[in-house]
Design a protein around this ligand. Structure first.
Ligand SMILES: Nc1ncnc2c1ncn2[C@@H]1O[C@H](COP(=O)(O)OP(=O)(O)OP(=O)(O)O)[C@@H](O)[C@H]1O
Ligand SMILES: O=P(O)(O)OC[C@@]1(O)O[C@H](CO)[C@@H](O)[C@@H]1O
Length: 307
């Protein structure tokens, strides 16, 4: 079974306006809201790709209830822990450019943290655990470490889709998959990344440190996959970007969906990039049809051929 865990879910409130001027009254031309948070996005895309999964994490208040209701409507299994306080609202402003304001999230008590650890302890060898997104302010990075320790004890494969210190500390646990974007990769190595060469060096270092697969996502420029035997470079399809929120999470879901269906590494990577781009070209997350339509437009080259 695949489990996703979102410690700090969100309701993503999308506000479209012709232009947004700070300090003025702006009128939206369209608004919508979706259940969000990285692990929840992975769950939603997995489900659209017919992969059963269970969403874990903390939810609270009317916003948390909205997430639970929406996931139920989409027939996604959940095992959330309900906490006092409100799940955050993340504002995604779409004017001439995209601007995001992510909320803080509720306080999580020790009792609720332990309840989540107890759920992780129930996972079994062969399960996959996707840890997605930032930590609420009351939860420190050590909590991600504890979850990874528990997962490792049970021989559960861990996928890490987060940033900052939590991402840095994940490396020691030899995760199955890391998916940093270019900025997150730079933060990980404390450098400014401005060349393909730097990305390759950093990706190789992660593999040398025991990470099994690394996908560095490069938005419209595609992605690079690192594995001990091969480096694959993907060009993303071209299209009109309607929403880049969740594109990276869709990549994670696409890769896992193909992997559990026993695809080759190249096929899984192609599926992953197609899923990311299909989300970028959609209003909400990608659909299965959207992914399939783009598969033939993803170009993949082995590293020695790409340089
Ligand atoms: N402009 C675009 N054109 C085509 N494909 C895109 C575009 N932007 C994103 N994608 C697809 O989505 C993938 C992930 O994008 P990106 O690198 O922006 O992820 P991210 O920063 O993790 O996103 P998020 O945090 O919003 O989920 C890319 O590798 C690509 O396949
Ligand atoms: O604040 P975090 O946890 O880093 O990111 C949260 C978030 O921006 O990530 C998802 C897209 O990847 C959105 O659904 C959500 O709003």
């Amino acid at each position: 079974m695949i489990y996703t865990c979102t410690l700090n879910p969100s309701v993503d409130y999308i506000v479209e306006a012709q232009q947004i001027e700070l300090g003025k009254l702006n009128r939206a031309t369209k608004t919508s809201y979706f259940p969000g948070g990285k692990g929840i996005n992975v769950s939603r895309v997995l489900k659209r790709l017919h992969i059963h999964n269970i969403a874990l994490g903390f939810i609270g208040g009317f916003t948390g209830q909205f997430i639970a209701d929406e996931l139920k409507r989409e027939h996604i299994l959940t095992d959330f822990i309900t906490v006092p306080g409100q799940t955050r609202l993340n504002i995604k402003l779409k004017g001439e450019r995209e601007t995001e304001i992510n909320g803080e999230g509720p306080v999580i008590s020790d009792k609720h943290k332990e309840a989540l650890i107890a759920k992780i302890k129930q996972l079994k060898k062969g399960d996959i655990l996707v840890l997605g997104g930032s930590l609420p302010p009351s939860v420190d990075d050590a909590f991600y470490i504890r979850m990874m320790e528990e997962a490792k004890k049970q021989r559960v494969a861990v996928v890490v889709d987060t940033s900052g210190n939590a991402l840095k500390q994940a490396i020691a646990y030899e995760p199955f998959l890391l998916k940093p974007n270019q900025v997150e990769l730079g933060e990980l190595f404390e450098i400014d990344i401005h060349s393909r060469h730097q990305i390759i060096e950093c990706g190789k270092k992660l593999i040398d440190n025991g990470v099994q697969h690394v996908i560095v996502s490069l938005a419209g420029d595609g992605a690079i996959l690192f594995h001990k035997d091969v480096i694959l470079v993907a060009q993303a399809p071209k299209g009109t970007v309607r929403n880049s929120v969740g594109a990276g999470d869709s990549m994670v879901a696409g890769f896992l969906a193909a992997y559990v269906n026993e695809a080759t590494l190249e096929e899984a990577f192609r599926y992953s990039v197609a899923a990311g781009s299909a989300t970028a070209f959609s209003e909400d997350l990608c659909t299965e049809d959207g992914v399939h339509r783009l598969l033939s437009e993803v170009t993949i080259t082995r590293m020695e051929d790409a340089v």
